[in-house]
Design a protein around this ligand. Structure first.
Ligand code: URA
Length: 428
């Protein structure tokens, strides 16, 4: 993108504050100047708030995304001898799907280049989960990344500093200024990183429900549509699934606990919702990669996905046979009555797992590998008064009280619930 002449950032803030449309040169300049450090954080915060309140046109979002991509490098995956396809989830409680999905899709012949982040807030990060495996390392050089992608077919590693650095800076600022919840800013943030990653195709898992960024289906649809359009505009074939996140996925929330559950899925078992979503996303990814005659369910059944998992973990220094960390203390929450579990709220479980030590409040905080929650029942299951409903795991028993507070009002035993489908819609 050509370097534009300088603008006055206060004029740009005023234009957006008053509901106007930013021009391409203004957007290019503001993103480049902020990345260089020529625009102060308080000015960028004001602009982000104006965008959150006033929105952006499709033209503005496209240019904002392009400018963020241009702030860093775009990886070239043309040397990888397989079709490349990645998945991104907007984040949910117990969302461990990347763990079985990446090796499964690799076992079926595609290459999955996943540059990932760490968890912040109540949804866990994929890198935090994998770091509970002894020896596994998240940092790879570009050469190591490309070599593993070509041989194993799946890499999940930390995004380097050169991938959309404008977003790195802006996301940290949005996080502390109440400006995360803006569809244009979320869509451009996610898609700038995913497009810069260099994959030919992308499948998005856009979550909707209490445990998701997007609480309403209408907002989730708008976010999905915006991201699909941004992908297409940059030559990345993009499909989105809208999926439910009102209750946790699977039966575990927490780093090592989720790795254990993923291993069950890779061994051909595991909770039915995790298997259903893993296969739905795998089928979309394989279709994007042109591998339509392969059924990923076979690769789960016959052990090929597990072999790819072992290769993926070992390639990054991890020991796939090592014993996973376990928290020192547990506390059991029992069912308050006999009947059907009518509700188990994803946000309550996510916040409780976070308070047990599974997540971090600030990006420099450590996480506990063993902390988290094991569910003994899901909505629709019968429960008996006094029997275990949830099992809390923590290294420090002092954490149980605040976790129990988060769970207060988060579950109910009563009438049989009407269960919404896990995959709500497909947007392409
Ligand atoms: N994840 C991102 O990467 N960016 C956002 O803005 C929100 C979620």
């Amino acid at each position: 993108m050509a370097e534009s002449t300088a603008f006055d950032v206060v004029d740009i803030i005023r234009t957006k504050r008053d509901g106007g449309e930013l021009s391409d040169p203004e957007i290019d300049w503001v993103i480049a100047a902020y990345t260089r450090g020529d625009i102060a954080d308080e000015q960028m915060s004001a602009l982000a708030m104006a965008i959150l309140l006033r929105g952006m046109t499709a033209v503005e979002i496209a240019r904002w995304t392009a400018a963020m991509i241009a702030s860093g490098e775009r990886l070239d995956l043309s040397s990888v001898p397989r079709p490349t396809v990645d998945k991104h989830s907007t984040g949910g409680v117990g969302d461990k799907i990347t763990l079985p999905l990446a090796p499964l899709v690799a076992a079926c012949g595609a290459a999955v280049p996943q540059l990932s982040g760490r968890g912040l807030g109540h949804t866990g990060g994929t890198l935090d989960k994998l770091e509970s495996i002894p020896g596994w390392r998240a940092a790879l050089s570009n050469e190591e990344f490309l070599a593993q992608l070509s041989t194993v077919g799946a890499v999940v590693c930390a995004a380097g500093d050169q991938l959309a650095p404008a977003d790195r800076k802006l996301y940290a600022l949005r996080d502390v200024t109440g400006t995360v919840e803006s569809i244009p800013l979320i869509a451009s943030s996610i898609m700038s990183k995913k497009i810069a990653e260099g994959s030919s195709a992308l499948v998005l898992d856009v979550k909707v429900g209490t445990g998701a960024f997007m609480k309403s289906e209408a907002d989730a649809r708008e976010l999905a549509r915006t991201m699909v359009e941004l992908g297409a505009a940059h030559g990345v074939q993009t499909v989105a699934l809208l999926t439910g996140m009102s209750t946790p996925l699977g039966l575990t929330a927490g780093n090592a606990l989720e790795v254990r559950e993923s291993l069950e899925v890779l061994a051909g078992g595991g909770p039915s919702d995790v298997v259903e979503l893993t296969l739905a996303l795998a089928r979309e990814m394989l279709t994007c990669a042109g591998l339509t005659d392969i059924d990923p369910a076979d690769a789960l059944r016959d052990g090929r996905a597990m072999d790819a998992w072992r290769a993926m973990i070992a390639a990054q220094g991890g020991d796939p046979a090592a014993t996973l960390p376990v928290a020192r203390e547990t506390h059991v929450v029992t069912a308050p009555a006999t009947g059907v579990l009518s509700r188990l709220d994803a946000l309550a479980v996510g916040v409780a797992a976070w308070r047990l030590g599974a997540g971090r409040a600030r990006k420099e905080d450590p996480v506990s590998a063993g902390a988290g929650i094991v569910l003994h029942a899901k909505p629709g299951d019968e429960v008996r008064a006094g029997e275990p409903l949830l099992e809390l795991h923590a290294d420090d028993p002092a954490r149980f009280e605040r976790a129990l507070e988060a769970l207060h009002g988060g579950y109910e035993v009563g009438a049989t619930p009407t269960l919404a489908p896990l995959v709500i819609d497909r947007i392409a």
